[in-house]
Design a protein around this ligand. Structure first.
Ligand code: GLU
Length: 253
């Protein structure tokens, strides 16, 4: 990979901890990660490297050997289910199958009679399972996420889904221009509750909805404003009846 530095991996149990790279600002860092990801996807790299911010000032990168990722050539811990019964349990089961990719926290949101409700937990999925046992989610459609933090500590508050009164969103990747967007949205009166880059997506799309757009159009207007690498899944307040109607129609066919 032309402008990616050579990195020596040291064996650290399942993962290889990679010797610290020279300090990079966040933008360069995400560009570099993106290049490494691209190299991996195109079969040029031996693995994927991700920034691990949970070690305070020390910058630690983790190297995912390609053989561990070979089954699924995508770095992503996103699940969405439109069902006919409560889906939270199935979402967590699906996330468990993606556990091998590594994560530091997890969360689920479902729509319960048109209202968004979410549960999140730091650490392993069994912690999320425990949260859901204490306070179950009963919605029949939902989204879930396992997070590998890039911006903001791996806490429950920074765990996805991020939500507003209009929507919930899960995201994998990095929104590189999140600082500019956060500043702009804060001036408009949006109040940010997390340290993540992802939360700008929730506010940006919410802003479009408040200006009168339907969810699909709101996302279409927001996406061109995002820079970086991202996969997103949204759940909108009050929006599942139409989808369930379509699901029923499909079943009748
Ligand atoms: N950049 C986002 C965050 O730090 C998403 C990280 C991920 O891909 O899991 O919350």
């Amino acid at each position: 990979v032309s402008d990616t530095r050579v990195i020596t991996p040291h064996i650290d149990r399942r993962w290889h901890t990679v010797a610290a790279l020279p300090d990079l600002d966040d933008d360069n860092q995400s560009r570099q990660l993106y290049e490494i990801h691209s190299a991996f996807f195109s079969g040029l790299a031996l693995g994927v490297i991700r920034f691990e911010p949970s070690h305070g000032e020390k910058r630690v990168y983790r190297y995912f050997p390609a053989r561990d990722l070979a089954q699924e050539r995508l770095m992503c811990g996103i699940v969405g289910i439109l069902g006919r019964e409560p889906v939270a349990g199935q979402i967590v089961e699906a996330l468990k199958r993606l556990e091998y990719r590594g994560y530091d926290s997890a969360g689920v949101a479902t729509l319960e009679k048109g209202k968004l409700t979410r549960r999140r937990a730091e650490g392993k999925l069994r912690n999320l399972d425990a949260r859901l046992r204490e306070e179950p989610l009963t919605g029949h459609s939902g989204i879930g996420h396992t997070r590998w933090a890039t911006h903001g500590k791996p806490t429950e508050n920074n765990a996805h889904p991020h939500a507003s009164d209009k929507l919930a969103v899960v995201h994998n990747g990095i929104i590189e221009n999140f600082r500019e967007l956060r500043e702009e949205l804060t001036k408009k009166g949006h109040v940010f509750a997390t340290e993540t880059d992802t939360e700008v997506v929730a506010h940006l799309v919410t802003d479009e909805i408040r200006s009168g757009k339907a969810p699909r159009e709101a996302v279409a207007s927001a996406l061109p404003r995002l820079r970086g690498a991202f996969a997103l899944a949204f759940l909108f307040q009050g929006e599942d009846s139409e989808w369930h109607q379509r699901l029923n129609n499909l079943r009748q066919i």
